[in-house]
Design a protein around this ligand. Structure first.
Ligand code: GLC
Length: 393
């Protein structure tokens, strides 16, 4: 439960800010203009994958060090500056404020700091754990010659970025969740101990652990880079659903329930992605059978297993959201709006409906008080709003 050092925005934050987003698959930077009245505009965006199949560069590997990773981020910021209409503004002597969305667990004693506690989502870059990512970014910006041009002022989690972007446009938002490669939720705490007034708290709920486990969950965890950590996330997020599916199908095969030649190719951990699962569900029978070389009867089994995994994922998320809502409002008397972003929620057919159904079941007659809405792509805008809020502190 990490304080974000930020309150909800009031929709009138104004100004032009640099924004950087580092989430695990891509790094992105942009110039964002906040216009007030809940409106904003992204002026220029540069996005780069952390893993480049053409050059073979893999920035998540343990052989890559912190300097290389943060130099890569500074280069992206440089690219944004090269192509943005900011040049006249940044030639002034005041460094340009940058908001940084960093989607990993970190400890923070002030808004501009972020001491990485541990990597997750299978990232292994060396030399970052235990370091302040704000300082690493400042040092990389200095190496890039941008030390006096850009000043990272706010570091936020991606759930907080989603919260800020959604709440900037709709003041009823009081919870935000990511259901994508990873999973996590933040919420507005009305009275945070040690702070005046309300505060957004990053729960890092992906690391919740009090959840019943199957044999497959245990296997996945034991074979992962971080045994015993992120146990909640490992049961439900996009990074892990394909691997859980693979563990289940291999087990069926070992027990003699299924006998596929092609399973020989499935020995590689993480060789099935949640995108593959979505294809298994949605592709025309012939197409997906051809894709995975699956006989008809087995395709039905694959679909059932996939549906069960999605259903369990949505129900676990719903349970944790209900926990947060009842913490905020024990008798559930006020309306709440949950903003959600993430590839699983947005892209997986039927996922959003499963989540709504589970929330309705759990909240029963009070379910009409809770609204869930998609708030896609708020990482960069949220970082800009955080930089704007920091300026007002
Ligand atoms: C992981 C990270 C968390 C992030 C989530 C979604 O759970 O620990 O900080 O919010 O993934 O990206």
């Amino acid at each position: 439960m990490f304080p974000s050092y930020l309150q909800a925005p009031n929709s009138n934050e104004i100004g032009t800010f640099l924004a950087l987003d580092f989430g695990g698959s891509n790094a992105r930077a942009a110039v964002v203009e906040l216009k007030g009245d809940g409106t904003f505009m992204e002026l220029h965006r540069v996005s780069r994958p952390l893993s480049d199949p053409i050059t073979g560069r893999e920035l998540r590997a343990p052989s890559v060090n912190a300097e290389e990773l943060f130099d890569f981020l500074a280069e992206i910021i440089q690219k944004v500056l090269d192509h943005s209409p900011l040049s006249p503004i940044i030639s002034s002597s005041i460094p340009f404020p940058l908001g940084f969305t960093f989607s990993f667990p970190y400890h923070q004693r002030r808004i501009g700091e972020g001491l990485l506690l541990n990597w997750n989502k299978e990232i292994k870059t060396a030399g970052v754990v235990g370091k302040d990512v704000g300082e690493l970014l400042c040092a990389a910006l200095a190496r890039q010659g941008l030390g006096s041009v850009v000043r990272p002022t706010a570091i936020i989690n991606d759930t907080v970025a989603t919260f800020l972007t959604a709440a900037y446009q709709d003041s009823s938002v009081d919870i935000a969740s990511i259901i994508g490669t990873g999973h996590n939720t933040c919420y507005l705490e009305p009275k945070a101990p040690g702070f005046d007034g309300s505060l957004i708290i990053n729960t890092e709920s992906g690391n919740f652990s009090a959840v019943p486990e199957t044999l497959y969950d245990q296997r996945l965890d034991q074979q992962s880079d971080t045994p015993g950590e992120q146990l909640f996330e490992k049961k439900l997020s996009g990074k892990y659903l394909g691997e859980l599916f693979r563990q289940i199908i291999l087990d069926f095969s070992e027990r003699g329930f299924l006998d596929f030649d092609f399973l020989r190719h499935w020995n590689q951990p993480y060789s099935i992605s949640s995108k593959d699962l979505s294809l298994i569900l949605t592709a025309e029978d012939n197409h997906s059978r051809h894709l995975f070389n699956i006989p008809r009867a087995e395709l039905d089994i694959f679909r059932r297993v996939t549906l069960l995994l999605f259903k369990r994922s949505a129900r676990l998320v719903a349970a944790s959201l209900i926990g947060v809502i009842l913490h905020q409002d024990p008798h559930l008397i006020k309306p709440h709006t949950v903003a959600i972003d993430g590839s699983l929620y947005e892209g997986m057919p039927g996922y959003a409906q499963e989540l709504t159904a589970a929330l309705s079941e759990g909240l029963a007659s009070k379910s009409s008080l809770v609204t869930v809405k998609l708030s896609a792509g708020g990482s960069l805008t949220g970082a800009a709003i955080a930089a704007a809020l920091e300026k007002l502190m």
